[in-house]
Design a protein around this ligand. Structure first.
Ligand SMILES: [Zn+2]
Length: 313
């Protein structure tokens, strides 16, 4: 919450302030700008996860250039580019954004304008609208793309599936319906058996169900089950998550879909017996079978329960 407030206060005051906010976030809000450190995990010879400064980035190095999945908070595009230069001499040719949120797309504007940016068609719309994230106290969102004359906006979009490249360098993008937002892309590297699922499975905790950007509580578990089905069909063995420091497995993804399904049923049951969202907030405990999951936070339980509640009208 404190991180969110720091960010809110500074969102209004432009790019420099945003850069500072991102640094402070990294420093844990102590007020001292921290160095913007991008940490690298090598998953495969040509696939890296770059951590820090918002959502997890993937960098896929092909013969013709680097494909980057997600570009972090404002101010983190340049540190990201510099880190990629230490991994390869090839230029970045393509950015794929998994969804619209500012901690996944803002670095786009710091990449050369010639780079192709790809996203789901709904995500392009949400990026253009810059709607606030539901349940996150960020206040009005600055439209970083408008501030940069449209730079960093997707030029190429897809609806259900898109394939880039071929052979060992193929990338498949999928959309399975509403979940975290209404434009969540699942990015599969078939030859490497790896899938980046963005914030549809951000960590082992209740996700944001961002109804301001097309997200859904009621649809979430079924959408994620389709992604888990794909993981099986595509022989994926490694999942890159939106915000976790280590990778997970398709079994973890399947369990996460179950977890959200269980939560949604609790909310639906509370409504069916004439209860309230606050009853859910008081009563929700993470079921014991979800080992290693976080303790529920009241604000997130409330926001998610409200989304499900409103969808049941
Ligand atoms: Zn997100």
């Amino acid at each position: 919450m404190r991180r969110a407030i720091v960010l809110t206060a500074l969102l209004a005051t432009g790019a420099l302030a945003l850069r500072l906010a991102a640094s402070q976030q990294q420093a844990g809000g102590r007020g001292q700008p921290a160095p913007m450190v991008v940490e690298v995990d090598k998953l495969k010879d040509n696939l890296y996860v770059l951590k820090g400064g918002g959502g997890n980035t993937a960098a896929f190095i092909t013969a013709s250039g680097v494909v980057v999945v997600d570009t972090k908070l404002p101010g983190w595009g340049q540190p990201l580019l510099e880190k990629i230069k230490t991994l390869t001499s090839k230029p970045v040719t393509t950015i794929i954004n998994t969804h619209t949120h500012f901690d996944h797309v803002s670095g786009n504007v710091e990449f050369p304008a010639t780079i192709e940016v790809i996203a789901h068609e709904n995500t392009k719309t949400y990026m253009d609208q810059a709607n606030p994230v539901y349940g996150l106290q960020t206040g009005p969102q600055a439209n970083i793309f408008k501030e940069n004359g449209g730079k960093g906006m997707p030029k190429r979009t897809f609806k259900e599936k898109m394939t880039l490249g071929r052979g060992a360098e193929r990338i498949d993008l999928y959309y399975f319906g509403r979940a975290h937002t209404g434009g969540d892309a699942y990015v599969v590297f078939p030859a490497l058996r790896v899938m980046h699922v963005g914030d549809t499975f951000p960590n082992k905790d209740l996700p944001i169900m961002d109804k301001n950007n097309g997200g859904s509580g009621v649809a979430y578990a079924a959408t994620l089950a389709k992604a888990a089905d794909l993981a099986r069909v595509a022989n994926v063995d490694t999942i890159i998550n939106g915000h976790m420091p280590t990778t997970t497995t398709p079994a973890d993804l399947r369990l996460y879909a179950d977890f959200i399904g269980d939560f949604v049923r609790v909310v639906q049951d509370a409504k069916a017996v004439g209860g309230s969202v606050e009853d859910v907030v008081k009563g929700w405990k993470t079921p014991a079978k979800y080992a290693g999951y976080s303790m529920p936070q009241a604000a997130r339980v409330r926001a998610d329960a409200q989304v499900v509640w409103d969808e049941m009208k």
